[in-house]
Design a protein around this ligand. Structure first.
Ligand SMILES: [Zn+2]
Length: 100
């Protein structure tokens, strides 16, 4: 982690920068957002939505990534559920054709 005031590298557990003395309470919260949280939301949409409501104020980037992942997860699983019978039928017909 880097000091929000002087930009020097400091231990992430420190509350005060040893170089310039600026309090680091704003940056000690880990709010990276990112694809990892999106993937978690995608695979476990329920957990993604619960964590979104827990973190939406404290960690907005992480919460947003989780919510986006959860929404994509819901859409994809709904599409698979709706279309899987016709996809299976198409595949079955295709393999029957291959076998003559
Ligand atoms: Zn500093």
């Amino acid at each position: 982690m880097y000091c929000m005031h002087c930009g020097k590298k400091i231990d992430e557990n420190l509350l005060i920068c040893p170089h310039c003395g600026t309090a680091q309470n704003q940056v000690t919260k880990k709010d990276y957002g990112g694809i990892g949280w999106g993937i978690l939301g995608y695979f476990v949409p329920m957990a993604g939505i619960i964590l979104f409501f827990i973190w939406k104020n404290e960690k907005p980037k992480t919460a947003k990534a989780l919510l986006i992942g959860a929404i994509i997860g819901f859409i994809v699983s709904t599409l698979i559920y709706v279309f899987s019978p016709s996809i299976l039928k198409t595949l079955f017909a295709f393999f029957m054709k291959l076998n003559g």
